[in-house]
Design a protein around this ligand. Structure first.
Ligand SMILES: Cc1cc2nc3c(=O)[nH]c(=O)nc-3n(C[C@H](O)[C@H](O)[C@H](O)COP(=O)(O)OP(=O)(O)OC[C@H]3O[C@@H](n4cnc5c(N)ncnc54)[C@H](O)[C@@H]3O)c2cc1C
Length: 273
């Protein structure tokens, strides 16, 4: 796992240089225990060397949080400003004449001996990365994606200078600037409904109330669908018949930490071909 994570961090740092924007923020996670039991179990696990390297027992003191059962701090963590990264990368691709905004129509793809033809484009290779909408792809029919809906709230909150990510009982709070927090998330399996709902808003709100002890205001509510697979296996593969056709999908709940590694794997497959 560390190999995959380190590869991703290296790739994101290279992208930041290329795009001249900073979107990767390396910050520790303050893990707030939700019970005496969890505290004791964690102390037990820390006996093992590999956990000890990752965990700081004396966590940073943060104002206005509920830490009645104590906390530890997880090192080598961070968060990515996805909007900033994706906007900057899209602008870069547009400037290099490599981006087109359209629904890909599978039945318009012509497969010739050495080339793919699609509308005005010709390409030597094609990589499908459609997220949860992969199930419409007629070329990779055996791989199944299970959609998993998840919501995120944006909160207006005075973070009192705290930059650490807060986590308790499956809920994360990421301070994105001095006055703003992203809070999530929910997991609705086999659900591809892109509408936000009151029940998920309330679920996250209740979790936030278990972490913050001061005032905040919900200023945004977003939802998206994770492309998961049955055994959490990433789909990074070549088509059995068309050797220049590939798929990258099934990144599930870990798209950011895993995508660079598996994208590189596909690019190595292409070079080998
Ligand atoms: C609430 C939430 C929290 C998350 N938290 C984390 C986290 O903390 N860490 C982490 O690593 N990951 C996290 N993830 C997971 C991460 O967002 C996903 O793993 C990642 O987005 C998957 O990337 P993807 O490119 O495969 O699919 P997507 O991001 O879904 O992108 C697929 C794209 O393909 C487009 N598309 C599909 N079909 C077509 C077509 N026919 N023509 C044209 N375009 C098409 C879609 O419109 C979409 O833009 C989270 C996800 C959610 C929902």
């Amino acid at each position: 796992m560390f190999e995959i994570q380190n590869f991703s961090i290296g790739t994101f740092r290279q992208m930041e240089k290329l795009l001249k924007v900073e979107f990767l923020h390396e910050e520790n996670i303050v893990h707030l225990f939700h019970s005496e039991n969890e505290n004791a179990e964690t102390l037990d696990r820390i006996k093992y060397e590999k956990f000890r390297e990752q965990i700081e027992l004396n966590s940073t003191q943060i104002e206005n949080i509920k830490d009645e059962y104590g906390a530890t701090e997880i090192k080598n963590s961070g968060w990515i400003n996805c909007e900033l990264m994706l906007d900057a990368y899209r602008d870069y691709l547009i400037a290099n004449n490599s981006f087109s905004i359209d629904d890909f129509k599978y039945d318009e793809l012509e497969i010739k001996k050495d080339v793919f033809c699609y509308q005005n484009f010709e390409a030597l290779n094609i990589i499908f990365c459609e997220g949860y909408q992969k199930n419409k792809n007629p070329f990779f029919e055996n791989e199944n994606i299970i959609p998993c809906k998840g919501d995120v709230l944006t909160l207006k909150h005075d973070n009192n200078g705290n930059k650490n990510i807060l986590k308790r009982n499956g809920c994360f709070l990421i301070p994105t600037n001095k006055k703003s927090i992203k809070a999530g998330s929910t997991y609705l399996w086999n659900n591809d409904d892109e509408q936000v709902t009151e029940s998920e808003r309330n679920e996250i709100k209740n979790k936030v109330n278990n972490i913050l002890s001061d005032e905040y205001e919900i200023i945004n509510h977003q939802t998206a669908i994770r492309p998961t697979t049955k055994n959490r296996e990433v789909i990074a593969k070549q088509h059995q018949q068309y050797k220049n056709m590939f798929m990258l999908n099934g990144l599930g709940t870990k798209g950011l930490s895993q995508a660079p590694y598996y994208a590189n794997y596909i690019s190595e497959l292409i070079e080998r071909e």
